[in-house]
Design a protein around this ligand. Structure first.
Ligand code: ATP
Length: 341
């Protein structure tokens, strides 16, 4: 069940509500047949941008081109897009099969052709056996699968997903991340997903746009954003980071190999910190171990510098650590990354 995937070009899109400007001239290109995540904290404008893509709203300025055709003002039902809401929102009085068939029936499809398309879509989301069930008898995760099957059955060029996993429990979210990625790959549809969960975005997206206060701070693959954040916000929002503010070379009692340039902060990922004997040659400053948490693969240690600053270290499981211990902090110069403050 392949769709003809479409690229999306958003150019200079601004949206105002009364006196408030919620999107400030957003420009973004999303590649066809890719999985793109709009990631950002609550209120940054993710849903507003999604509604503009879906045709539920119209920008005050700028254009939206989907698959080479301008759709800035095209109403939702005439766009090559389909939106899946957070809650799924199935028709409660219709069986699973009828829910999935609804859109195709409205388009005039019937008989064996309709049945084949619906079966295909239910198989894709592994819900074939549930065709006769009513929505009320399904779990939240199953309902969400049906909502996605109902959207994909129409073979949209672009599938828009608004926080598709946030209503599910954590174990199911982790499983569904891989499912979503598989469905995108199998259908070849362009997926655009809104989320505020950075781990989710990093796992599922080919590219992530990190949004903040109505602008896009940076777009790139998870690896690019993690290895080379261009702003302090991205450095702190994608993965975890220790951020050091000040001219250096000594910041918070830690001696850095090079000082921070004007207008920059220094960042150090938790997994790049090592603990050594206090006062040893490798030590770049003394810290106290505050908390020790075991996660299975690693130990997450909360550290406190002499100046009272908290740091996070992610250490190999089995590292012997006692809360209250005074130790030295070590790291390689190459792991210190400077970003604009
Ligand atoms: P969340 O993750 O909490 O859903 P979001 O990033 O999706 O947040 P939006 O829902 O796009 O954020 O909202 C962005 C801003 O625009 C918010 O400050 C919100 O209050 C405001 N806003 C959204 N829709 C309207 C509207 N119809 N009228 C007035 N203000 C609005």
């Amino acid at each position: 069940m392949t769709a003809s995937a479409s690229s999306i070009e958003i150019s200079g899109v601004t949206r105002r509500f009364g006196a408030a400007t919620v999107l400030h001239g957003i420009s973004l290109t999303i590649a066809a047949n890719s999985f793109h995540c709009l990631l950002g904290p609550s209120g940054c404008g993710k849903t507003t941008l999604m509604h503009l893509l879906a045709g539920l709203d119209v920008p005050d300025e700028g254009t939206i081109v989907i698959g080479g055709t301008e759709h800035t003002r095209t109403p939702a039902h005439r766009r090559p897009t389909n939106l899946v809401f957070q809650s799924g929102a199935l028709f409660p009085h219709m069986s699973v099969r009828d829910n999935v068939a609804f859109g195709l029936r409205s388009d005039g499809l019937k008989g064996p052709a309709l049945r084949t398309r619906v079966d295909e879509s239910l198989e894709l989301v592994a819900m074939g056996e549930f065709a006769g069930r009513m929505p009320a008898t399904l779990s939240g995760g199953q309902r969400q699968r049906i909502a996605i099957a109902r959207a994909l059955v129409k073979r949209p060029d672009v599938l828009l997903l608004d926080e598709p996993l946030s209503a599910l429990d954590l174990a199911l979210q982790l499983h569904m991340r891989r499912e979503l990625k598989r469905w995108q790959q199998e259908t070849g549809t362009t997926f655009v997903c809104v989320t505020h969960n950075q781990a989710e975005a990093m796992e599922i997206a080919d590219e992530i746009s990190v949004m903040r206060a109505g602008t896009i701070e940076q777009t790139g693959s998870a690896q690019e954003l993690y290895a080379a954040p261009e702003t302090r916000f991205v450095a702190g929002f994608i993965g975890e980071n220790n951020i050091f503010t000040g001219p250096g070379p000594v910041i918070d009692g830690i001696t850095f190999p090079t000082p921070a340039a004007d207008g920059q902060v220094l960042t150090l990922r938790p997994e790049h910190l090592r603990l050594v004997e206090a006062g040893s040659d490798d030590s770049r400053g003394g810290v106290r171990v505050d908390t020790v948490g075991f996660t299975g693969r690693t130990i997450r240690a909360g550290l406190r510098t002499g100046t009272g600053r908290e740091l996070l270290a992610e250490l190999p499981a089995g590292t012997p650590l006692t809360p209250g211990a005074e130790v030295g902090l070590a790291f390689d110069a190459g792991h210190v990354y400077a970003v604009p403050s």
